[in-house]
Ligand binder design. Structure first.
Ligand code: ARG
Ligand code: ZN
Ligand code: CA
Length: 316
């Protein structure tokens, strides 16, 4: 006779919907108003009838515990730990913890349709504006003093051999490098498929988070939103070519990148002369001019996290 691995106490912890409080008065429920739930009785009967059920339930419990411990699943959605690598020469480049957290907050708003300008999306695109449903949590901040005045775009900031900082756990954590890039570059990302040694996103220190009035018009943290879009496999909305394709069907074809805050509607001269989605995060407008991802972009981003996807290791 085999012993059941799942104890009765564990079963009781799984389903404890008895003896609830009365919601309206917050008083202990009386016998007459007490709600009962038969789940536990039914479970116990099933466990008696089928000993293999306990084994399956144990496996589910082990998975659940691991998922909760690693904190990658919040409300069934993916949560990405973020490592911020700060490389500074001047005190201004050594941005504050507050500045860093403001960037994490912007990412969480923009990727969850919680940005205050989400309702500014024109009616024409309201059917395709998307809540991506991916959250970010600050994991750790690493700081390093350097003598470099600018780091360029050849990944020098990601290598200790060139005075930079190597990524921490890049297959399970999103690494951000905050430093002066130079050459008018706000930031750049590595697409899925690249080397894990250089995986992540570089953002110029002047354009991280809510950087006040000093660094307008790139002071709303949207450089990171745009770059993390690339890191999750999104192309520029104009497809990096005249009337090019971004491989997303619900975004209109754009002639080229847009700058500033274009007046709506801005018509494309590409096939079909569609109204351009200039307010998409994957265009080049000012931070206050970009405030949506599309449903098609959401699908592209979500796909890389599925099992077999290039960033599936971020799930658990
Ligand atoms: N120029 C950057 C890139 O190459 C990002 C532009 C982001 N735009 C912004 N408004 N912050 O991807
Ligand atoms: Zn870009
Ligand atoms: Ca498109």
């Amino acid at each position: 006779m085999k012993k059941l691995i799942l104890s009765a106490a564990a079963c009781l912890m799984l389903f404890s919907c008895q003896n609830e409080q009365n919601e309206s008065t917050n008083e202990p429920a009386t016998a007459a108003t007490q709600r009962k739930c038969a789940s536990q009785d039914v479970l116990e009967a099933q466990l008696k009838a089928d000993p293999t059920l306990a084994i399956r339930m144990n496996e589910i419990e082990a998975f659940t515990q691991k998922a909760m411990l690693t904190k990658r699943l919040v409300n069934g959605k993916i949560e990405i730990p973020v490592v911020v690598n700060v490389l500074y020469r001047t005190t201004a480049e050594n941005i504050s913890a507050t500045q860093i957290q403001s960037q994490i907050d912007v990412l969480n708003k923009d990727f969850n349709a919680l940005n205050s300008d989400y309702n500014s999306v024109p009616a024409l695109f309201s059917g395709v504006k998307a809540n991506v449903g991916i959250t970010f949590v600050l994991d750790q901040v690493v700081r390093k003093s350097t003598t470099k005045t600018s780091w360029g775009t050849n990944d020098a900031m990601k290598k200790t051999s060139s005075g930079g900082l190597a990524p921490i756990s890049p297959t399970t954590k999103l690494n951000l490098w905050v430093c002066t890039i130079g050459g008018g570059i706000l930031g750049y990302a590595q697409f899925p498929g690249g080397s894990s040694a250089t995986d992540g996103v570089a953002i110029d220190s002047k354009y991280v988070g809510l950087s006040g009035t000093a660094n307008a018009p790139y002071n709303l943290g949207r450089t990171a939103t745009h770059e993390v879009g690339h890191w999750m496999n999104l192309r520029h909305i104009w497809g990096d070519a005249n009337c090019g394709s971004d491989l997303v069907s619900d975004t209109p074809t754009h002639n080229t990148s847009n700058f500033g805050v274009p007046a709506y509607p801005h018509y494309s001269t590409c096939t079909g002369t569609p109204v351009e989605m200039t307010m998409n995060y994957m265009d080049y407008t000012d931070d206050r001019g970009m405030y949506m991802f599309s449903t098609g972009q959401k699908s592209r981003m979500s796909a890389i996290f599925l099992s077999g996807g290039s960033r599936a290791s971020f799930r658990l």
